[in-house]
Ligand binder design. Structure first.
Ligand code: PMP
Length: 286
């Protein structure tokens, strides 16, 4: 049985308790992070910790834990659960006032709730899906306007994933005003010639930690990166496409709305970027 962390305590998962008045539960008033573990070490902990703080700041929520202590909790959970490859999920909510109310509770009397748990995923890095590539469909992006804040408000992304599954695809890319924003739980890219094209950062998309690393590695490898909007039609005519996220790293996309890209197999750029990303991130893992 997993050992999880809840509000300062390490407990067996069946004994972890959160109040029914918790604002994460009632209002999706919470933020989260997912950090990957490879070789028993954390990938880009610093990036996730910085983005967590930014999400909290944007929602005027206090952090219940310091960055140093947060790192210790991550490490302890990896250790006690004996995780070699997998993820750590972290969630902080505005806490549990004594009742349901739209107004934020007084932060002096209602402390944030913090929960962390591990997900054991042996073979995460050497995934067969990365060799085959994935299929995506396009759906309308009807999410709220602050997608840069990593909130637990994930119902539409979850529905998008189900729309994809229903038609035999793996995920959905979301479209707003004709342009691709991002995947349901990942950032989206296309490749034209030697150019990697991805939407620029704004409130419209999550500022992916993997995105930042991959774009940096791509530039260091002399690949050309263009941060701009692209349409789904442009994507269907691209040489390659791929996604990035902390749990999938770099994953080739080989089909969009039933249209195969190139020969329908992963191309040159995405698999190479995956290789570089895994290699460099492992070197810097803590
Ligand atoms: N966009 C969305 C909507 C996401 O949910 C995620 C992952 N949670 C990402 C992008 C990728 O971010 P990261 O690389 O930090 O995992």
């Amino acid at each position: 049985m997993r050992t999880v962390y809840v509000n300062g305590d390490y407990v067996p998962e069946t004994e972890a308790r959160v109040s029914i008045f918790d604002r994460g539960f009632l209002m999706a008033d919470g933020v989260y992070e997912v950090t990957s573990i490879l070789g028993g070490k954390l990938i880009d902990f610093e990036g996730h910790a910085v983005r967590l703080q930014r999400s909290l700041d944007e929602l005027e929520m206090r952090s219940p834990i310091s960055k140093d202590d947060l790192l210790e909790v991550h490490r302890e959970l990896v250790r006690v659960n004996d995780i070699d490859e997998g993820m750590i999920y972290l969630q902080i909510t505005r806490g549990a006032p004594g009742d349901r109310d739209f107004a934020f509770p007084d932060p002096e009397t209602t402390t944030p709730t913090i929960v962390l748990f591990t997900q054991n995923k042996p073979g995460l890095a050497d995934s067969p899906a990365a060799k085959k590539g994935m299929k995506v469909i396009s759906i309308e992006d009807i999410r709220w306007g602050r997608r840069d804040i990593k909130t637990v408000q994930l119902l539409y992304p979850s529905m998008g994933k189900m729309m994809a599954k229903k038609v035999g695809a793996d995920d959905a890319w979301m479209i707003e005003d004709g342009y691709v924003t991002e995947g349901t739980s990942n950032n989206a890219y296309i490749v034209k010639g030697n150019k990697i094209i991805t939407r620029a950062l704004s409130n419209d998309i999550l500022h992916g930690i993997t995105r930042a690393a991959v774009l940096r590695f791509a530039q260091e490898a002399q690949m050309e990166v263009e941060e701009r909007n692209f349409t789904i039609d442009e994507a269907k005519e691209a040489d390659e496409a791929f996604i990035t996220s902390a749990s999938t790293f770099v994953m080739p996309v080989v089909e969009i709305d039933g249209i195969a890209l190139g020969d329908g197999m992963p191309g040159r750029v995405a698999p190479r970027l995956r290789e570089i990303y895994l290699e460099e991130s492992l070197k810097a893992a803590v």
